[in-house]
Design a protein. Structure first.
Length: 503
């Protein structure tokens, strides 16, 4: 008898989504992540929840429609993490003709579910605030609706939901060997300790490590795979936080410039083939210059490579690099041989369709276990149990309840924790009630919550992934945070009970 029904290798978006889906269907699930949840490709996505306008050019009507339906699902189940935003494409006479963009957007609106977001429109940027950040020559722009997501917090929220439904989420747990018979027998180095885990089925969701996990852990011959790298840059804020600009570059690529945290702008994406260690994915100097040049064609404020505060890159495996659908939807391979425990392998795919991908993957196991029907499209993620239209009301309520918060602070906290903010801040009446402060934003209470409930172990887990506060935090505050977290994990701070396993 195996301890678990399903073991998942990899705590990126694919891994946690499968773990959530399977745990909610009643399976006993364990997820093994060698580092921190979402620390690889899943925190380097373009942060878009969208139908993918460019897919219309490739006649991907059904794909766009399915992705737009998923956009509605995300707004319903994660209204704190997924935010409707207006996307603006400045009309550039050298690129796609205006009639093509206009008709593409009409089709995009038509494909979106009816209860959706505001329709597209043509705007005169010379008399519209969206023109403020743009260079003068642009007279017209096309505006349409899509959504932005906090990708790394989405991974955490999905993992937290999986844990609340019984999944055993283990971070700092590297699977080093998997032996297959009627069940899987996994050898795991779990925070320095060797453990053996047994499971009836296995999911390999190890992203850019997929081939090496197949070869060295599962001892199987991997299929022909390529690894692609995604690269983006972060610069100081160039425009209003409620807009995403979509630039048509001269190579026909669409470059997105979107708000990143409160005070920064993320510009991407450039995709390239990648060879090397997926744990150290970095961006080439030429790619930084490419993205700066693309932005400088459109924005009035010039940016140079020296203005880049951070680069955001990740890599993932793709089965067929020439196929855009393989990149977008990902690929799931199912291997069930007589007398052998089943194996599912997940390759890449985007954020928008990740829930659907996981649902379909888990459904492949239905012949092997009794399991309840699909459920993830309607169940809110932790903190997401309010209507998307109520987001501002949640911010107002937070300002009213915790009067020491500024509006901007309340907005950040609601966007991160939604209705769970209550658990983070509790009955605090003043800032002092929240324990030590690490800079202007981060409190001891929030750190304790992240350590106890969201698997944060190191400062970067909090400063880069569970928030973006690392972009503005001083070295002194960072050191104080590291000391506080070390004391918490040794149990020497009473109010902050360490949790080796959150949930
Ligand atoms: C070039 C490129 C373009 C992309 N474009 C888009 C886009 O336009 N839109 C979009 O939404 N998304 C895009 N993505 C997708 C996105 O970045 C991720 O692919 C997606 O989040 C799914 O990630 P994952 O879970 O497969 O992998 P990852 O997030 O990389 O997770 C894999 C995890 O497995 C863990 N792991 C590996 N080996 C082991 C082991 N032995 N034991 C335990 N753990 C292990 C790793 O530590 C890692 O955390 C793109 C990705 C790439 C590479």
């Amino acid at each position: 008898m195996a301890e678990y029904d399903l073991a998942v290798i990899g705590g990126g978006l694919n891994g946690v989504s499968v773990a959530r889906d399977a745990a909610g269907r009643g399976l006993r699930v364990v997820l093994l992540e060698q580092g921190d949840l979402g620390a690889a490709a899943s925190s380097a996505t373009p942060r878009l929840i969208h139908g993918d306008l460019s897919a219309l050019e490739r006649r991907g009507l059904f794909r766009v429609r399915a992705a737009l339906a998923e956009r509605e699902v995300w707004l319903r189940i994660a209204p704190h993490l997924v935010r409707p935003v207006r996307f603006v494409i400045p009309d550039h006479s050298d690129e796609r003709p205006s009639w093509l963009l206009r008709s593409g957007l009409l089709l995009y609106d038509w494909l979106a579910p009816r209860a959706g977001l505001p329709a597209s429109q043509t705007i005169d940027v010379t008399h519209h605030p969206v023109g403020n950040a743009l260079k003068r020559p642009f007279g017209t722009a096309f505006e349409y609706s899509d959504c932005l997501v906090d990708d790394s917090r989405l991974v955490i929220a999905i993992a937290a939901d999986a844990a609340e439904r019984g999944a055993d989420i283990r971070t700092g747990a590297r699977c080093v060997r998997a032996e297959r018979s009627g069940i899987w027998r996994l050898v795991v180095i779990d925070r320095g300790h060797r453990r053996v885990i047994t499971a009836r089925a296995l999911v390999n969701a190890s992203g850019a490590w997929t081939a090496s996990v197949m070869e060295t852990v599962l001892r199987m011959k991997p299929p022909k795979l390529s690894v692609s790298r995604i690269s983006q840059i972060v610069v100081r804020r160039l425009f209003d936080p409620e807009i995403v600009y979509v630039f048509q570059n001269s190579d026909r690529r669409l470059i997105f410039a979107s708000p990143y945290g409160r005070d920064f702008t993320l510009i991407g994406t450039a995709g390239h083939a990648f060879r090397g260690d997926p744990a150290i994915v970095s961006m080439a100097v030429g790619e930084v210059a490419y993205l700066c040049d693309a932005a400088n064609r459109y924005f009035r404020e010039r940016i140079d490579p020296s203005d880049v505060i951070r680069t955001v890159s990740g890599a993932n495996a793709v089965t067929d690099p020439a196929s855009r659908s393989a990149k977008r939807d990902g690929t799931v391979r199912f291997d069930a041989r007589r007398g052998k425990a089943p194996l599912l392998t997940m390759f890449g795919g985007d954020v928008t369709t990740s829930r659907l991908r996981a649902e379909r993957a888990v459904a492949r196991l239905a012949p092997f276990y009794p399991m309840s029907p699909r459920w993830t499209a309607t169940a809110a993620l932790p903190g997401g149990d309010f209507e998307c239209s109520q987001f501002e009301a949640q911010v107002d309520a937070a300002c009213e309840r915790w009067r020491f918060l500024s509006e901007a602070q309340a907005r950040r906290l609601v966007a991160a924790y939604g209705s769970r903010l209550d658990i983070v801040l509790g009955h605090a009446k003043s800032r002092a009630d929240l324990g030590p402060a690490f800079g202007l934003e981060l409190s001891g209470a929030e750190v304790c919550y992240l350590m106890a409930k969201e698997w944060a172990r190191f400062p970067d887990d909090i400063l880069s992934r569970r928030s973006k506060l690392g972009l503005t935090m001083s070295p002194g505050d960072r050191e104080a945070l590291a000391a506080f977290m070390a004391a918490c994990s040794q149990g020497s701070i009473d109010s902050c009970e360490p949790a080796t396993r959150a949930g």
